[in-house]
Design a protein around this ligand. Structure first.
Ligand SMILES: C[S@@+](CC[C@H](N)C(=O)[O-])C[C@H]1O[C@@H](n2cnc3c(N)ncnc32)[C@H](O)[C@@H]1O
Length: 275
């Protein structure tokens, strides 16, 4: 695991890069767990500099709709609670904003909220909070929140999703992403798209986070920097090969007269950039 800490325009940004360990099992949950000590470090800084007072506003960007969604919120609330008790501070109210794309199943998260609120009350006592959870649908490559309204931003395992498939991938043949067999311009196109998207992401958040606020981003990365090394893209290459086989089979079995299987094979690319 590697961490990078940046400080610019009055905001702290911590990047946590986790190498993908094949023994890890649920890798996103592992990433969330590994981020906890770093979240604590940043939240201590916020408390020490009085960045928040009566209400702590946190956003989880790319929250998804599974069991990890409220785990992140719960970890952050626990840390703020602990840090305030250690510093003899009044525990604030919490506003937890859960963001994902418009198509995310936010209803699934809402159904988990009664148990989530009940557990907070049971663990922390009647006087705790209160905590208000809301959904903020939309792309994190655009604005999501009013100016200077967030104290803390968390995003785990999301920034490798690009805003669109990069342009200029015609030479990528039947590969569905960057692959060992991809020509250099394909790597460059993915890298440029990531650069543009990530710049946009940081610009948007720099407007939304209060002065002195913090952001923590967790990424899973390749262990080898050279993308042409075997194993770098093993899973995506296997997926690409399976798609090629499926398309060939459908084409042979159904034989649509107007369907050119070569165009199908070469026109699909995945909008993911792998570090
Ligand atoms: C691998 S999941 C990670 C979910 C969760 N953060 C975790 O660590 O378990 C990536 C999530 O990012 C969301 N996502 C991708 N692009 C997004 C965008 N532009 N804006 C908001 N969410 C996005 C996806 O919908 C998906 O739920």
């Amino acid at each position: 695991m590697v961490t990078f800490y940046y400080y610019f325009s009055n905001h702290s940004v911590l990047l946590v890069l986790c190498y993908e360990d094949k023994q890890m099992g649920n890798i996103t949950e592992t990433g969330i767990r590994k981020a906890v000590p770093f979240q604590k470090l940043l939240i201590k800084g916020l408390a020490n500099h009085n960045v928040f007072n009566d209400c702590f506003t946190v956003a989880d960007l790319g929250c998804s709709s599974g069991k990890n969604t409220l785990l992140v919120a719960s970890n952050i609330i626990d840390i703020v609670h602990e840090v305030c008790q250690e510093n003899d501070r009044k525990v604030p109210q919490f506003q937890v904003c859960l963001n994902d794309l418009f198509g995310n199943d936010f209803n699934n998260i809402f159904k988990l909220l009664p148990d989530f609120y009940a557990k907070l009350k049971k663990d922390k006592g009647e006087g705790f909070g209160p905590c208000f959870v809301s959904a903020v649908p939309g792309s994190f490559y655009g604005r999501l929140f009013p100016n200077q309204s967030l104290h803390f931003v968390n995003s785990a395992n999301c920034n490798h999703w690009l805003s669109q498939v990069p342009r200029g991938l015609e030479s990528n043949g039947s590969n569905i992403c960057m692959a060992r067999a991809s020509p250099p311009n394909v790597y460059q196109a993915y890298q440029n798209q990531f650069h543009d998207d990530f710049t946009k992401f940081l610009q948007m958040r720099s407007e939304e986070v209060v002065h002195g606020g913090s952001m923590i981003l967790t990424f899973f990365v390749r262990e080898v920097a050279d993308p042409t090394i075997a194993d770098s893209f093993a899973q995506l290459e296997l997926l690409g090969q399976s798609l090629v086989d499926m398309i060939k089979e459908v084409y042979i079995v159904v034989s649509y007269p107007n369907l050119n299987s070569n165009i199908l094979l070469t026109s699909f690319n995945y909008s993911v950039w792998h570090y």
